[in-house]
Design a protein around this ligand. Structure first.
Ligand code: HEC
Length: 171
């Protein structure tokens, strides 16, 4: 078993190296060689808009949609909080993902600066951690507070780095 696994790993490593060699110009292969020695490589192919639209917002939306209540003139009063253990587990998973999404926001190469940006990215993880803990204990009040904190971190960072953004929470 081990042998087979190793062999497969070797073959795919060879294939990867070969395709790298074919694809690389001299200059690019120097960069690859350098980067393996210096800083770790992160896959930053998602630009900031993609990251926001496809990573951060979908996760945050689930949490916001699970916190609080709506009072609709047609459908009446409705609690949005998770009700079953499974539903709480689901939002707990989303909160965990949001903690990590805060970390990815702080990655070198994605972080816009080493100052305020990192403070906001970090604050996002901290607020998400509150959501995580309150989902664990199924504490509605804390969970609601966490949702509000998350929202204010999003807004604060946008105000600092891109004041034109206002649509994100409305759709
Ligand atoms: C550390 C700073 C920071 C935090 C925290 C942050 N954002 Fe952003 N966000 C930005 C920046 C900068 C842009 C502008 C990106 C661009 O247009 O290049 C942006 C843009 C967006 C956009 C618009 C993308 C588009 O298509 O133009 C959405 C939606 C968004 N953010 C959602 C969120 C949500 C939801 C949160 C919180 C859960 C959040 N953001 C937290 C910095 C942040």
């Amino acid at each position: 078993m081990i042998k087979i696994t190793l062999l497969v790993a070797r073959i795919s490593a060879l294939g990867f190296a070969a395709s790298l060699m074919m694809a690389c110009s001299d200059q690019a292969s120097t960069q690859v060689a350098n980067s393996t020695h210096a800083t770790p490589n992160f896959d930053l192919q998602l630009d900031m808009q993609e990251y926001m639209n496809y990573v951060l917002e979908p996760v945050a939306d689930v949490l916001w949609d699970s916190a609080g209540w709506v009072d609709d003139i047609r459908t009446g009063y409705e609690e949005l909080y998770p009700e079953t253990d499974e539903e709480w587990l689901f939002v707990k998973q989303k909160a965990a993902q949001l903690i990590e999404a805060g970390n990815s926001l702080a990655l070198p190469g994605r972080a816009v600066d080493n100052d305020g940006w990192l403070t906001y990215a970090n604050a996002l993880s901290t607020a998400a951690a509150l959501a995580y803990r309150s989902a664990d204990t199924q504490n509605q009040e804390d969970f609601f507070q966490a949702g509000a904190q998350i929202y204010s971190v999003c807004t604060a960072c946008h105000q600092t780095y891109n004041p034109e953004i206002s649509r994100f929470a409305s759709d």
